[in-house]
Design a protein around this ligand. Structure first.
Ligand SMILES: [Cu+2]
Length: 241
């Protein structure tokens, strides 16, 4: 039997577009409670998002995170909670450089965090964070095991990824409503081929991760302040990041 969370995730993420309404509701839920309290835990001890670089950071948080990611990678491509399906949401609808940037991403992360709680079996899991204004690199602990983008559980190449996901994404595309197709058309996706072209442009083979790695943890474009300028471009001001 599906849990209520599974049903909710299926409703929100299938099809794969997170609507602006979903994002706003998620963001409002976060804004309505203390910053370290998740909306689903109001009746239980508050969920605390811990700083990875803090002296009192609990390593158990990262163990839960790893369990969740392993479980997401093991889910079939038809499951909206699958790791790559979650990533595809971000490919399809990721508003940057406008005021939707923070509400959308807060809602996106809120749902992702709920999936991690469910799949890790840790009801107290909350996404860890670090202050990238003082530590402009990915902390070493975030490259352990399956947290590294070069881990063997990730798809070896775009070809292996496409072979595994082609049918599921095709079914997903064919199930879109006219209104959803219209929205995607406005984002440059007139057909599922457009989606595949975008996915290929973003994909990097496991051995050639374009993301940060343990050997190359520095955040790109940090040194000259472009990161902060980008935040200002979103219309939120660097102090709101
Ligand atoms: Cu984004």
């Amino acid at each position: 039997m599906r849990s209520s969370l599974e049903a909710k995730v299926a409703e929100v993420f299938s099809p794969i577009i997170m609507s602006r309404r979903d994002a706003l509701l998620g963001a409002l839920a976060i804004a309505a409670v203390p910053w370290n309290t998740a909306r689903s835990a109001l009746a239980t001890p508050p969920l605390v998002r811990q700083s990875i670089t803090g002296a009192d950071f609990s390593p158990a948080t990262l163990e839960s995170f790893k369990r969740a990611i392993r479980a997401m990678l093991a889910l079939p491509p038809t499951d909206p909670r699958n790791w790559y399906r979650q990533a595809i949401i971000h490919v399809l609808d990721c508003p940057h450089a406008n005021w939707w940037f923070l509400p959308w991403h807060r809602g996106y992360l809120l749902h992702f965090e709920e999936i991690c709680r469910e799949l890790s079996g840790d009801p107290q899991f909350a996404l860890p964070f670090w202050d990238w204004t003082s530590t402009p690199r990915v902390p070493a602990a975030l490259f352990d095991d399956v947290l590294s983008p070069t881990h063997g559980l990730y798809e070896e190449s775009f070809e292996t990824f496409r072979a595994k996901f082609e049918m599921a994404l095709g079914d997903l595309w064919n199930g879109l409503t006219a209104a959803q197709r219209d929205q995607l058309n406005q984002r440059g996706y007139a057909s599922v081929d457009d989606l595949w072209a975008k996915l290929e442009s973003y994909f990097s083979a496991r051995a050639e991760s374009r993301a940060e790695t343990r050997e190359k943890p520095e955040l790109p474009d940090w040194g000259d302040g472009r990161g902060l300028r980008r935040a200002r471009d979103c219309g939120v001001g660097a102090d709101a990041v």
